[in-house]
Structure formats: structure tokens, C-alpha cells
Design a protein around this ligand. Structure first.
Ligand code: PLP
Length: 356
């Protein structure tokens, strides 16, 4: 039976990426060696790293004066690395969920943290609005897509201090005005590559403003100067990232991707609205994530949750269980998920409804 992969991360990857990785595991760039066993200093791999950086710059239209680097440690390491490198005394955060909370916790190790707004009181089911950001802080941090709660901040906010974003789960899903940001980071394992690499897009001029000593490996400058080759990068994962970036270009880039992502999300959210058995967890349509659609059984049908989970599984739906802090269901609709999978899920919801 066909499997439909709705996992939140690691998650579905383009067929193109998987095929190219398999080829490169056998014979990488005509070297007769596997991508797993070549030096990261070989000219073939250096070309992969350069091309990956250039593809990120091209797809996101990254302006001059920014660097793109690939590091280890996941988005979670960035929660600490960011304040260590950018915050002298004070930073500001928008608290939109568990990942934002983890970022706030780490920043507190380095100075004063102001939470400008939070949606915690309603289990993060909306994006706070109408807040003011103090102008005397070193940066303002947002999480553009809240993977667990299914909310997404779809417009780049205008602020007077450097803007920083965790874009782990919506990077490359839509165009972004990078010039509004001082730093963008994220783990690769949602929309880019297998787990093992973190992308960082950083405005060079925000560096060098803090007085604390920074360990070499945790200093952005180290990795910018060494073009992500200060130490051994995860060679195979960077290769996979490059293949996904090539695939994105073939698909027409981020505007084309955004259009398809909106269609996919609309299909599913429309069915959640229409179907008497289900209810979206995020009430405001504007706040609903295009990447992670969260829904629960509606009030009179809560006892059917397990039955639907089993039914969906029998129809090949994989990874639709909601995160434990929300419950219900979460369908992740990343770039690589074909619209056919969304149609299959919608059909499955309709078929289940017909039984009641
Ligand atoms: C998955 C995720 C993270 C954590 O990423 P790791 O690479 O596992 O550290 C952080 N932020 C967001 C928004 C995520 O979706």
C-alpha cells in the first residue's frame, strides 16, 4: 500500500534527493568512491558546499553582506549560540511555543530576556499581535513556524532592532525578505535534508558587538571565515541539502512552492472545517500554519480519536498523531509532500465521516 508521510521531522524528502543520494553513496561525482568516504577537503566536496551556499542565496535572494553557513548541533544549539554571539545585555523574544520557550531559556544564561508577548495562556493556539518591542535590546527573536502548535507568522515583522528567526520548519516554503533579518537559522530535517545539519543566514555586520569570550566552535565568525569547513561537516547531509535545493529550483523556486503549499493547506483545512467529526486547533485562519495542520475530534466525537487514528493508519497515513502537548492530529505538509497525499488524507477523513 502507498504510504503517505506526514511526519513532523525528520520528514518526507523529494524523490530526486533520495535518488541522487543513493547514486552518490555508490559513486560520488565520478570519483569511484562513496560520498560517505570522501574527504571534506576534496575538490568534489568543496564544490558541493559552495553550490549549496549559492543555491540558498539564490533561492532566498540573500542580499550582499550576508553569509550562509552550515553547522552541527541542530536548531537547539542555536538557542544558545545566538545569544552568546549577539546579545551583550538584553534581548527580546516572542513566545509562541515550546521551541520559542527553549530559545528563551538559553538566552537567559547570557543576560536579560524580555518576553514581549506570549500565547501560552491558550496553549499557543494563536500568534500574539499588537505588541511593542523595546528599542534598547540587541535583537528580537521570533519562531516563524510553530511546528508543534500549527501556527505560523506569515509576514516578516518590521522592528527597529535586529530581527532573528528560527525558521526550522518553514524555511524554503515561501519567499522571505531576508534583508529584514539579521539572522535566520534552522535544523535541516523538516524541509531541507536528513537530520544532521543546521543552516544559518547571518548579516555580517551584527557580529563582533559582544565583549564576552566565545569558544572557537561556538563563534559564528569561525565558521564564516572557514566557509563551514572549520571542522568536518556532515558531508552526506550537505550533499542531500544541495539536491533538495536543486529540486526547489527545478520546481520554479519559492514563489511556485508557496503557491502549491497554499493549495495543499487549503485542501486540508477546508476539509477540517467541513467535516463534522474534526475541528482545527488554531481558530484564526491567518495564524494557521501551511506546514503543520493541527486538528482534533470535534466535541461530540472525542471518543472516536483512536478509531480514526487506526483507520487512517490502515489507509497508509503515517505520522499524523499530534504532539503530546496538543493531542489529536497533526499533518505536516512540507514541500516534498505531494498534493496526492493531502487528497488521500482528505478522502480518508470523508470516508471515516460516512461511517457516523
Ligand atoms: C524541530 C525544531 C527545532 C529543533 O531542531 P533540532 O535540530 O532538533 O535542534 C527548533 N525549532 C523549531 C521551530 C523546530 O521545528
Amino acid at each position: 500500500m502507498k504510504k503517505h508521510n506526514f511526519y513532523a521531522g525528520p520528514s518526507i524528502m523529494p524523490q530526486y534527493t533520495k535518488e541522487k543520494v543513493i547514486e552518490a553513496i555508490r559513486d560520488f561525482a565520478g570519483t569511484g568512491l562513496s560520498i560517505m568516504e570522501v574527504s571534506h577537503r576534496s575538490k568534489e566536496f568543496v564544490a558541493v558546499m559552495e553550490s549549496a551556499v549559492n543555491h540558498v542565496k539564490e533561492l532566498l535572494d540573500v542580499p550582499d553582506g550576508y553569509s550562509v553557513i552550515f553547522l552541527g548541533g541542530g536548531a537547539s544549539l542555536q538557542f544558545a549560540m545566538l545569544p552568546m554571539n549577539l546579545m551583550e545585555k538584553k534581548s527580546t523574544y516572542l513566545n509562541t511555543g515550546e521551541w520559542a520557550g527553549k530559545a528563551i531559556k538559553e538566552a537567559k544564561l547570557f543576560g536579560e530576556v524580555v518576553e514581549v508577548a506570549s500565547s501560552k495562556e491558550s496553549n499557543f493556539n494563536y500568534i500574539p499581535k499588537g505588541y511593542t518591542v523595546p528599542s534598547d535590546a540587541d535583537y528580537f527573536h521570533i519562531t516563524t513556524n510553530n511546528t508543534i502548535y500549527g501556527t505560523e507568522l506569515k509576514e516578516d515583522p518590521d522592528v527597529s532592532i535586529p530581527l532573528v528567526a528560527d525558521m526550522s520548519s518553514d524555511i524554503f516554503s515561501r519567499p522571505v525578505d531576508v534583508s529584514k533579518y539579521s539572522l535566520i537559522y534552522g535544523g535541516a530535517q523538516k524541509n531541507l535534508a536528513p537530520a544532521g545539519v543546521t543552516f544559518i543566514i547571518i548579516k555580517d555586520s551584527v557580529l563582533g558587538r559582544v565583549t564576552r569570550p566565545i569558544p572557537t566552535m561556538l563563534n559564528y565568525k569561525t565558521h564564516i571565515d572557514k566557509e563551514s569547513m572549520f571542522n568536518t561537516p556532515p558531508v552526506m547531509v550537505v550533499f542531500a541539502a544541495l539536491k533538495t535545493l536543486e529540486w526547489l529550483k527545478q520546481k520554479g523556486g519559492l514563489s511556485a512552492m508557496h503557491k502549491i503549499n497554499k493549495e495543499k493547506a487549503a485542501l486540508l483545512y477546508d476539509e477540517i472545517e467541513r467535516n463534522k467529526l474534526f475541528k482545527a486547533t488554531v481558530p484564526d485562519h491567518n495564524d494557521r500554519s501551511l506546514m503543520n495542520a493541527c486538528f482534533v475530534m470535534s466535541e461530540s466525537y472525542t471518543e472516536l480519536e483512536k478509531d480514526f487514528a487506526d483507520f487512517a493508519k490502515s489507509k497508509g497515513m503515517i505520522g499524523i498523531a499530534g504532539h503530546r502537548s496538543v493531542g489529536g492530529f497533526r499533518a505536516s505538509l512540507y514541500n516534498a509532500l505531494p498534493i496526492e497525499s493531502v487528497i488521500a488524507l482528505v478522502d480518508c477523513m470523508k470516508e471515516f465521516e460516512n461511517k457516523y
